[in-house]
Every structure is written in structure tokens, then in C-alpha cells.
Design a protein around this ligand. Sequence first.
Ligand code: FAD
Ligand code: DLZ
Ligand code: SF4
Length: 515
Amino acid sequence: MTKHFKSIKLILGDQLNVKHPWFDELDNNVLFVLMEVRSETDYVKHHIQKVVAIFEAMRKFAEILCEKGHQVKYFKINDSDNQQSFTKNLESLSQQVRAQEIHYQLPDEYRLDEELKSLSEKIGLPVFPSESNHFLTSREELKNLFEGKKTFLMETFYRKMRVKHQVLVDSANQPIGGKWNFDQENRKKVPKNHHIITTQLKTKDCSEVYDDILKAGVQTIGNIIPTQFHWTTTRTEAIELLEEFVEKALPLFGTLQDAMTEKHWYLYHSRLSFAMNVKLISPLEVIRRVEKAYYDEPERYELNQIEGFIRQILGWREYMRGIYWAKMPEYASLNFFNHERKLPNWFWTGETKMNCLKHAINQSLEQAYAHHIQRLMVTGNFALLAGIHPDEVDQWYLGIYIDAFEWVEITNTRGMSQFADGGIVGSKPYVSSASYIDKMSDYCQNCHYKKELKIGEGACPFNSLYWNFFDAHQEKLKSNPRLGMMLNVWNKMEPDQKTNLLQQAAYYLDKIETL
Ligand code: FAD
Ligand code: DLZ
Ligand code: SF4
């Protein structure tokens, strides 16, 4: 006979926080439910490693809840009673166990927020949302900070967060080290002959989950070796990775955070984004651990490394979430430059002669990962210069990265990278010619194209596309104080030179599929 439960509590695949108050006490009236469902695997074509990581983490989380004595119903993707949607499964489960109410934690994504808001009406039971406690700022607090403002600078937000959470501030709420921001010290290339000593990949066998996904016929992108899976899928693994990061990579994190190299795919980056985004580990835990490293051993951990890292989490990560909730759903259709082009097919195969793009894309297909500057200044930069429709760009980023969840993907992609929001997230479009990519990487050395050539046979496409971008969007960019200098350079260029650059760009755009 089926057991009866007063309440069903839904746990989404990115709400795997064992420290949530829901799990503080055992309650026999509560049935927790987790579901592997096609509505989530199919809203975009995800990287195979992302689906494996989420299912593996969900299954391990359910096991931990059971071990603690909680009651759990887990829908695996191929279970015969799985109707493949949150609403349908909740409807049948609530009838089966005669539940009187349903609870959920506020989701991080607008689409699911809307779906869960209409649960009560669809199922005919009272439904109670509760705070997830997963961020350093509640949705209400964000609303008050962002509502009604056209722009709200990340730097202003970040300083408020430093003071609010007492991170790297003194008793007068002034920044430790006398500066809020050490970015100027953090723009170095990997030095020649530098020996990279960083975190290791710890692997495990995820074949069982992988086989289930294959059997279900979920369409995915990218590659995987299921027997050597390295993404962290438990809290214990996430804490181990954090410790290893602090020990090995943090001492150089800031200095080399913008550097790119063919020699190493994550360099001194933490690879903690997936664990944080599915809430195996909390942002404050990570921040406090890194802050402690500085206070314990200031001679080993310079402030620029520490502050640079903390700003990404306390600043950028929380700020992006703030913009998301302040501006959705309109944000998802912004297209400031009216870009219309399709994403070239080689974004899905890595088959391009441009070495920077070949490297960043192949790495993304192999590892479901690229670090920030690869995402922003290689793939994102090219997509913006080439005038790709932001919907196409969003689909790619939302699918391919292990850490891609809409609240943080769309604000970074449509906002920071594509400037499709006209300057809500960033104060200027992030575009560059070959010179920036060459300055920060070793990609240009082995490229089919010549970084120093702007026109003619073998000219680097970034060079002409860069000027073409300024020419095409003069009207929209001319009032931007941060772009005045580049527009001046463009406007003062010899007419012949301008014509040649524009012709070169048109030629490349015409044969974009073969670049
Ligand atoms: P580290 O370099 O070690 O940084 C530490 C942490 O800081 C990250 O784990 C992350 O939580 C946080 N962080 C750093 N930069 C950002 C940022 N701009 N916004 C929010 N958090 C940040 N991050 C995602 O988590 N999901 C995404 O879908 C995502 N899409 C992106 C798309 C584009 C076009 C760009 C330019 C950036 C995107 N980012 C995204 C931000 C950033 O690239 C990743 O967080 C980072 O590369 C993850 O690797 P890591 O954990 O090794 O990061
Ligand atoms: C991304 C994802 C995938 C691929 N699959 C599931 C799933 O089967 N079940 C689930 O609960 N969550 C999944 N997720 C994560 C959700 O899409 C995530 O909860 C939303 O993106 C909200 O941020
Ligand atoms: Fe990229 Fe141009 Fe450098 Fe080649 S030369 S790696 S295309 S920036």
C-alpha cells in the first residue's frame, strides 16, 4: 500500500544544497521529490557532460537525503511512471500519496518561476514557495536595488556587498589594502617558459547515468569519456576542489585570470562554477575560505589575487542575478544592434582556420568549459563583430557550458558579451582586433591568419571586422564616452583605407562558413 504524505517538497536539479533549512529536521509527513525530466533536458541542446553532471549530482543528493532518514521520491529519466514534466509528475504523485500541499524553493530561472506559479491552479492544491537562501542577496533586496534604474554599475553594487558582508573591509568599512579593485595588476599573459602548477582533474565513473541518458534518446552536443568524468557532483568533491584551488591556483589566480594559452584549458581558474550553480557549495563559503587564506598567509596570497577572485563571486555573480530578475522577461529579446546573422556551423564543430576560435570552441566541445576571457574575447567577440543574432549566441552558450543556467548565462552573453541590452550590464561593447587576443594569448603564433595584416591574403578576420563594426554602428555608439577615441581613429582614416577594410570585412562575412 502506498504511504501517504501531507506535503511534497520539490527540489530542482540546481537546488542541491544539503544545508537548506528544509533538511534540518526529519519529518515523516514530508516527501521530497527530484525529477530527471525531458522538459529540462530539451529546452536547449545541452552539452552531454552538463546533463551527466546534473543527473549524477541529483542522484547523489537523493542518496544523501535518504541516508539522513528523509523520505525521497526520485524520478529517473527512463522510469515508466515519469511523465517528463514537473507539473505532470507533481500532479500524479500528489494524488498517489494524497498530499495536501506542495512546496518549492524559488527557482533561479524565469521560465520555471512562471511554471511553478501556476502549479496550484493546475493541480488544485495549495502551493507554497520559499526562499532558497542560495545567494547573498534575496530577490526582494535585488528588486529594491535595481528597480527603476536604467543603469546600476557593478562596481557600486560590489562595494555595497563588500560592506554588507564585511568582506575585505576594515572596521571603518574601508577596503583592506586601500583600494576596492586591483584589476590593473591582473592583466598578464602567461610568461614564456612558465611552468603551470595548478589543480588536478580527479575522475570517476559516470557510465550508469550516461547510459541512461543515451537510452532515453536525449539529444546533446560535445564529447565525454564517461569512465573519466571530472566535474564535481557532490559537496565533498566541491570542498576538496576548493581546498586544492586555494592551495595551488589561488596564488596566481588574479595575475593570470585574463591569460589564454593553448597549453592548458583551465589554467589557474577554479572550475567551481558548476558546483556553485547547482548549490553544492555556497558562494559565501567560497569567499570566506579565500579571504581566510589571505588573513592566514598574507605573504603567500597577495591582495590582487584574493580581491580579483572575490570580486567575481561577490560582485559579478550576484550582480548578474540582480540584472536578470530586474529585467526579465524583456531582457531575453533585446537586440540593440539588430543583428540577424546565423551562427556559423563551425561553432558546433570547431572546424575553423582561426586558431583562437578553433582552440576555444574545441575545448568547449571537449570539456564543456572555457574560461571567462575565452568566452568574452574570443567566441563572444567574434559573434558580436560578425553581427550574429543574440538568440543564436544565447542558444550556444546556454547549451555548451557545464555552468550554463539562464540567470547567469543570458546576462553574461546577451548583456556583457553581445551588448544586446544597449549597456545595462556593460558600459561598452567588448570588441577587439587581433592585437588584444595576441597580447593575452599564444594563439596567434600558430594561426593560419596573420595577426598583423588587416587586408589582403591571410589577413586576420578580427582586424577588418573590428573596424566594420564601428562603421556599421557609428550612430548607436557615438554617444558612448568610452568609444569616442576609436570612432575618431576610424573617422580620421584615409578613405581608401576605410574602403579596403570594409571590403575585406564584407568578403569575410560573405564566406563566414569557410573562415
Ligand atoms: P573562475 O575564473 O575561477 O571564477 C570564480 C567564480 O566567479 C566562477 O566560478 C563564477 O561563479 C564567478 N564568476 C566569474 N565571472 C563571472 C561572471 N561574469 N558572471 C557570473 N559569475 C562569474 N558563468 C556561469 O556560471 N554560467 C554561465 O552560463 C556563464 N556564461 C558566460 C557567458 C559569457 C559570454 C561570458 C563572458 C561569461 C560567462 N560566465 C558564466 C562567467 C564566467 O565565464 C564563468 O563563471 C567562469 O568561466 C566559470 O569558470 P570558473 O569556475 O573556473 O571561474
Ligand atoms: C539543466 C537541467 C537539466 C538538463 N535537467 C534537469 C532535470 O532533469 N531536472 C531538474 O530538476 N533540473 C534539471 N536541470 C536544471 C534545471 O533546468 C534548473 O533547475 C533550472 O535551469 C532553474 O535554474
Ligand atoms: Fe585569432 Fe587572428 Fe590571432 Fe588567428 S591571428 S589566432 S584569427 S586573432
